[in-house]
Structure formats: C-alpha cells, structure tokens
Design a protein around this ligand. Structure first.
Ligand SMILES: [Fe+2]
Length: 237
C-alpha cells in the first residue's frame, strides 16, 4: 500500500455531525476572513450540509485589526438576521496578545467564548512570543477567565516543553483542523499530529477564512490515518 492511500479526508471522520466550531471567521468584512455577506451565507450553507450544529464566530481583535466590541456585535446581528438556516450562531473573538489586549484586559472589554462565557480565545504571532506571554496568561486567569490558545501547533517558536508548561498552567489548547490537512505546512501538520495523539487538545475549530479553503481542506485525502482515528475517538465520546 502506498503512503498516499493511508491518508484520509476530514469529512469522512463524521466529526462535523453535531459539531461545535470553536473558531471561525464568518463575520463578513471585519478581518482577514470572509469578506462578503454572500460568501458568509454560502459557507454557512456548506457547514449546514456537513451537519455542523453550532458556530462561534471569532473575528480577530488586534492592533492591526482593532475591531471594537460594539462593531462586532452589530455585524453579528446583521449576519444573524440574514442567515435563516439551522446552525446556532454565537459571537466571541480571537484575541491577539498585543498592546491592545493589555488595554482591553484593564477594561475587562471582552467577547468571551464557551457555555459559561468564561473562556477567552487567544493567539500570538506565529514567529515570536509576545513580551510577558506567561505573565499575561496568568493575568487573564486572575481576571476570572480560562485562556484557550488557538492553533498552538502553528507557533514556530513553541516546542513540546512550552506545550507541557501551558497544560500545567491550566491553559486549554485548541487544534486548528486545517493544520491536520497540511494547510499551514509540514511543521504545523507534524506538531498537530503529535499534540493530538498525545492528548494535548481540549477543543478544535476550523478557523475558516474562505469557503474554498475549507472545502479543499475538508475534502482532500490529506489527514494521517492515526490522527483520523484519534479525532473519531474524541468525538465519539
Ligand atoms: Fe483564527
């Protein structure tokens, strides 16, 4: 058997049936994600066909994309009015740990995520840690939030020691499903496979930025067989 025939498609895992997507960029025109209402509605329709039950819209908030809570709420209301399908839509945000975040932390100005709305989805640059990464994570906890780190496998500056330290601190880790399809290169894919098999992930998300990107990632035979099986196990529980 060739190595290619042992790769699987994400759509065949059946994880999308009843799935909650904890990371997405469906809100049109607010960040580098989907840009138009028309594409948002088409992408939501595609997720509906996959069987997705709930979607957290998590637009970026960062110095380069300084979305305000009020603005995101108003675009979310617009999307909720336009979308008439079955998926439950919720609003949170993906928070870059930069200087703007420090100001928002002082003001407690957040769009939290999760059932009890006490989790915060956070990210860092892919190349360098922010100054005071570890202290900021502690500060978030002392404000009463549980940090969820988005796509840890994509941070080239992080190694297994860092992931263990994060877990020891009680930081939750969120797998970007498209990392498993190789969308972000071999290094991120290899790390994602390892972290998944070693039970480091608490959540997953699709991190959709374009409909075409998601269709390609979910339907290409690109996921390692061991990760395919592990995902199925995770979602069978
Ligand atoms: Fe994202």
């Amino acid at each position: 058997m060739s190595i290619f025939s042992s790769k699987k498609k994400l759509v065949d895992t059946n994880i999308f049936s009843g799935y909650t997507d904890f990371h997405s960029h469906f809100l049109p025109g607010v960040d580098d994600g989907i840009q138009t209402m028309e594409e948002s509605l088409k992408a939501l329709h595609y997720y509906e066909i996959l069987g997705v039950q709930r979607i957290w819209c998590t637009p970026h908030i960062m110095e380069d994309m300084p979305n305000t809570t009020d603005h995101l709420r108003s675009v979310f209301d617009e999307l909720s009015r336009e979308y008439t399908g079955k998926i439950e839509l919720r609003l949170a945000s993906e928070n870059m740990l930069d200087n703007l975040f420090q100001e928002r932390l002082k003001d407690d100005d957040f769009l939290p995520i999760g059932k009890s709305l006490n989790h915060l989805l956070v990210e860092t640059s892919y190349y360098n840690p922010p100054i005071h990464l570890w202290k900021t994570l502690e500060d978030i906890k002392s404000k009463g939030y549980f940090p969820i780190l988005a796509h840890p496998e994509r941070y080239i500056y992080m190694d297994m020691g860092d992931y263990k330290r994060l877990k020891d601190m009680g930081i939750k880790l969120q797998l970007d499903l498209m990392s498993l399809s190789g969308n972000y290169g071999k290094e991120a894919q290899d790390k994602a496979n390892k972290l998944l098999l070693d039970n480091f992930y608490d959540y997953t998300g699709t991190d959709i930025h374009r409909l075409s990107q998601a269709v390609k990632a979910f339907s290409s035979k690109s996921v390692k067989n061991s990760s395919y099986k592990k995902l199925k196990e995770m979602y069978l529980k």
